[in-house]
Write a protein that binds this ligand. Structure first.
Ligand code: PLP
Length: 381
């Protein structure tokens, strides 16, 4: 009865959600699954944020807001962006229901049928889907042979982009690798973007989860202010995945154009959630730091555990993921991991990185040890 659009036929369901769903199904059947497939912090949302959300509900903040967001939040976001040297004003911000929606709106605003979008592999699963939904054609540069770093791959990037390239997506710290790109790498991106007049999405959602490196916002580099769409969100830094809150910042007419799609689709982000977002930005540094330290400890633990079994991982300086080389078909390996060892991870192929499994270390030290023990016991490591 349905004549589905060509557009929807171009994409597959999210591979990460598929694994999480399988893990949840097995758990519902009574299995004890160590779920290392999830893309969300395992902490509660900090209590002051929860209280701010409740207070906003009690105060009756339950109606529509202005489409681009409540002024207190767009102001707080602009202030936050200025903290990483982005020249930002509140009226250059759109508050969205999650970073995902911010990215979706950006692709829809910039990409026409046949436009070239360049991804750096391994790339987060949804970039490809969003580019295809907008009609874009993908070109890719593989960072896997370079320890997932961008700087050594700049020549390949230079050979890939051209005056025909419309959009490049940069995600540092990276999901799925945890890699944080060096300032020199970002300057390399800048030089190419300026030379070929390319717009760049800088997805900085893991910005606050960073270890022995400093975060550099791409839009802060000379020449990038007018060609960077900075996307960020509250899910990861503040453990607010289910609240659905994110944003776009870009200069010029971007917000005017993307705002049309925003107002005709979601209208606005949830009112009381936006109030909670103000609290997150203004009063949560301590909890963010505690979570960051916990992630750092878990990362180090996992590296040590793999090392004990002779496995060397190219561990990154941010986010809460690492790519485990599995020396096998990664789909089959991940299936065996969940079926035999009751450990859930995401096949690298989902990120265009066959031969790896993405491990999320948003899990307790005890569960991480348990996962490695089970994988070893089942000859998977
Ligand atoms: N960007 C990256 C790289 C992500 O990993 C995610 C979530 O997994 C998002 C964006 C979107 O997150 P949210 O929509 O929860 O803000």
């Amino acid at each position: 009865a349905y004549d589905f659009s060509d557009r929807i036929g171009r994409v597959e369901p999210s591979a990460t959600l598929a694994i999480s769903n399988l893990a949840a199904e097995k758990e519902a059947e009574g299995a004890d699954i160590v779920d290392l497939s999830v893309g969300e912090p395992d902490f509660d949302t900090p209590s002051n944020i929860v209280e701010a959300g409740k207070d906003a509900l009690d105060a009756g903040h339950t109606g529509y807001t202005s489409s681009n967001g409540i002024p207190q939040l767009t102001e707080a976001i602009a202030e936050k962006l200025r903290g990483t040297d982005i020249d930002a004003d509140a009226d250059e911000v759109i508050v969205t229901p999650g970073g995902k929606q911010a990215l979706y709106e950006t692709f829809q605003t910039l990409i026409d049928e046949g436009d070239e979008v360049v991804l750096l592999d391994p790339a987060w699963v949804s970039y490809e889907a969003m580019a295809k939904l907008a009609g874009g054609d993908l070109s890719r540069v593989d960072l896997a042979p370079h320890g997932f770093q961008l700087e050594p791959a700049l020549d390949e990037l230079a050979a890939t982009v051209s005056d025909d390239t419309d959009l490049l997506v940069v995600n540092s710290p990276s999901n799925p690798t945890g890699a944080v790109f060096s300032e020199a790498a970002l300057e390399g991106v800048r030089d190419l973007a300026v030379e070929h007049d390319i717009a760049v999405i800088s997805d900085e959602i893991y910005e606050r989860i960073i270890y022995d490196a400093d975060h550099v916002s791409l839009a802060s580099l000379d020449g990038m202010a007018d060609r960077t769409i900075t996307v960020n969100g509250f899910s990861k830094a503040y453990s607010m995945t289910g609240w659905r809150l994110g944003y776009i910042h870009a200069k010029g007419d971007f917000v005017g154009q993307a705002g049309k799609l925003h107002s005709h689709s979601v209208s606005c982000a949830v009112n009381f959630v936006q109030h909670a977002g103000v609290e997150a930005l203004e009063n949560t540094d301590e909890s963010v730091e505690e979570m960051r330290e916990a992630f750092a400890d878990r990362r180090d633990l996992l590296v040590d555990l793999f090392d004990e079994h002779g496995i060397d991982v190219d561990v990154g300086d941010g986010a809460f993921y690492m790519m485990l080389p599995v020396d096998a078909d990664d789909q089959a390996w991940c299936e065996a991991a969940i079926e035999e060892a009751s450990v859930a991870c995401v096949p690298g192929s989902a990120f265009n990185a066959p031969g790896y499994a993405r491990i999320s270390y948003a899990a307790s030290a005890e569960r991480l040890r348990e996962a490695v023990d089970r994988l070893v016991a089942n000859d998977l490591l």
